[in-house]
Design a protein. Structure first.
Ligand SMILES: Cc1cc2nc3c(=O)[nH]c(=O)nc-3n(C[C@H](O)[C@H](O)[C@H](O)COP(=O)(O)O)c2cc1C
Length: 174
């Protein structure tokens, strides 16, 4: 059975977090196992660049990344849901991403796939560079890009009040 792990990189209860709910319903209806977490709820110390993980394959910090790393290793498909902040991912997302460096050495995520969902106030085509960034970033730790959906939304309820946008996320696993 496919194990899906969805991650929200939003700092607020808004579009990305609503998308987690829709993804969950969709995944369960297809008989997949579904887990999710919100980066904002986790204790993630910013990487200090010591690069001990290059030698050991694990991080010197004992925080929530330990548990989150297990969740990543147990997933077949990762869905990374992120708002766009200043043409990039939000700071909390980057802190999480930097802490993925141990996987560069351990290669324990090799063979997994990632789907990306972005929310921004601009047109979907203006978000593609963030998808491209995440594609490259995940590729560096052995995770292959699967698919993406870029959704225009600004205020926290824009997504959940737009049936077309909801459909895009509901059909993400089709
Ligand atoms: C600090 C900040 C910077 C933002 N920068 C961009 C941007 O560069 N491009 C964009 O399309 N939207 C930008 N936005 C809008 C958010 O991406 C948009 O409100 C999105 O729906 C937020 O998703 P969320 O509700 O999941 O947090 C920005 C919002 C904030 C708070």
């Amino acid at each position: 059975m496919k194990n899906i792990l969805a991650i929200s990189a939003s700092s607020r209860e808004g579009n990305s977090n609503s998308a987690l709910t829709v993804l969950k319903e969709s995944a369960l209806s297809k008989g997949y196992r579904f887990n999710d977490f919100k980066i904002k709820d986790k204790r993630i110390t910013p990487c200090d660049g010591c690069l001990k993980c290059d030698e050991t394959g694990s991080c010197v910090f004992a925080d929530d990344m330990l548990e989150l790393s297990n969740q990543l290793e147990n997933a077949d498909l990762i869905v990374f849901v992120t708002p766009i902040y200043f043409n990039a991912v939000p700071g909390i997302a980057k802190s999480f991403i930097d802490r993925l460096n141990p996987f560069y050495t351990s290669r324990s995520l090799e063979g997994k796939c990632v789907g990306v969902i972005t929310f921004g106030q601009t047109e979907p085509e203006d978000m593609e560079y963030v998808v491209e960034y995440l594609k490259r970033m995940f590729s560096g730790i052995g995770v292959s890009f699967w698919r993406s959906a870029c959704i225009t939304a600004k205020d926290p309820n824009d997504f959940i009040e737009n049936p077309d946008s909801i459909l895009k996320v509901r059909r993400f696993f089709d």
